[in-house]
Design a protein around this ligand. Structure first.
Ligand code: NAD
Length: 346
């Protein structure tokens, strides 16, 4: 019963970005391999990864298994990675991309992001890989080594020219730096990936991106949940979205037919549907096949399909969309100023 995600048209390429992709942060080792393989079997056609996730080899093995078994061909899948902060100097960009490609076992990335507009001191992969947030000898301070974003961008453009990257993206960037980047980019970024969930709705940034023809991918759609896995105090203190009375109420109001059976929408589906109906791409991380299916089914009713099914999922009303958006308190869980002293959002 393969599910097919709706797509978003990218500008200027016209490429079709799967609107619902699969997130891999915190999946490691054999679990990452299995998760990627299962996600592809379920029907995901975009795998969101990054150097920093320390799982590119493992994810690549999952892709290889799916290709070897005829589940997908390489050209069916968007393989996505991100440049880590220690590789922003032009001479390190190529090194980082080539290493990630080797680890994945692929010849090109479909989409490659700059992970953060933060440049840290270079760490050789021989010394430590992935280097993470590299602290000084005392372990108290991140070592910044500012590089003009233009230098990093131009180095990435060269890799697009060589066919090693198909599309470029930017992540965790705010409007001022994007405006600057767009003023000189020979190859425009096509996707902006940022933290968006009902506690951090980011309406102005989404409007800005639309105005500048950038598709937006929302990460950490379930708000605190993904950060609870790290025992982050801010996330542990926040009201979980799945048990938020408003989200539960809205879920309880939606029933739809799935394989001729009447089912209820789940809180997870309500949260993801809210993002998808805003026109955002999403990349939820599912741990088990049932979650992967539940999340990908959110595409039904907004352009996604399920083999053998004529039934179209559920849709949120305008009033429900507004109610969910009213949870916005600008609560950001992934802010490098909290733990690393790197200020990018203020
Ligand atoms: P998420 O919001 O996708 O939540 C993941 C958690 O939700 C997991 O604990 C999982 O078990 C649970 N879950 C998933 N589906 C569920 C369902 N249907 N029912 C119940 N529980 C469910 O968290 P995330 O991993 O933080 O974000 C998703 C992806 O976004 C990451 O894997 C990564 O690819 C990307 N990301 C990017 C950045 C960036 O800086 N660009 C930062 C964070 C995450």
């Amino acid at each position: 019963m393969a599910l097919v995600s709706p797509t978003i048209t990218l500008h200027p390429s016209g490429a079709q970005l799967p609107q619902i992709g699969f997130g891999t942060w915190k999946h490691t080792g054999a679990k990452a391999t299995e998760a990627v393989y299962n996600a592809l079997k379920v029907g995901y056609r975009l795998i969101d990864c990054a150097t920093d996730y320390a799982n590119e080899e493992a994810c690549g093995l999952g892709l290889k298994k799916a290709i070897d078994e005829g589940v997908v061909s390489r050209s069916d899948v968007w393989v996505v990675s991100k440049l880590w902060n220690t590789f922003h100097h032009k001479e390190h960009v190529r090194e980082a991309v080539l290493k990630s490609l080797r680890d994945w076992g692929v010849e090109y990335f479909d989409l490659y992001y700059i992970h953060f507009p933060i440049s840290l001191a270079y760490v050789s992969p021989k010394e430590r890989y992935p280097p993470g947030w590299f602290f000084d000898a005392k372990g108290t301070q991140v070592i910044q080594d500012p590089v003009p974003l233009r230098e990093t961008w131009c180095a990435l453009e060269e890799l697009v020219d060589e066919g090693l990257i198909k599309h470029l993206g930017i992540s965790n960037m705010a409007s001022v730096i994007i405006t600057d980047l767009l003023s000189y980019a020979r190859i425009k970024p096509e996707v902006l990936q940022v933290e968006i969930h009902p506690y951090n709705v980011q309406p102005k940034l989404v409007h800005f991106a639309r105005t500048n023809l950038l598709a937006v991918t929302a990460y950490s759609s379930f708000g605190p949940l993904g950060f609870r896995e790290l025992n982050m105090t801010k996330a542990l203190d926040a009201q979980p979205l799945f048990t938020h009375p408003m989200i539960m109420d809205i879920a309880g109001e939606h029933h739809w037919h799935l394989h001729r059976m009447l089912v209820s929408a789940t809180p997870a589906q309500v949260i993801l549907k809210w993002a998808v109906q805003r026109g955002l791409a999403i990349i939820p991380k599912g741990d088990v096949i049932s979650q992967m299916e539940e999340n990908l089914r959110v595409g039904l009713g907004v352009g996604g399909t399920e083999a053998g099914s004529q039934e179209g999922g559920f849709l949120l009303s305008d009033a429900e969309m507004e109610r969910i958006s009213s949870l916005n308190v600008g609560l950001r869980f992934n802010d490098p100023s909290d733990d690393f002293g790197c200020y990018i959002f203020c």
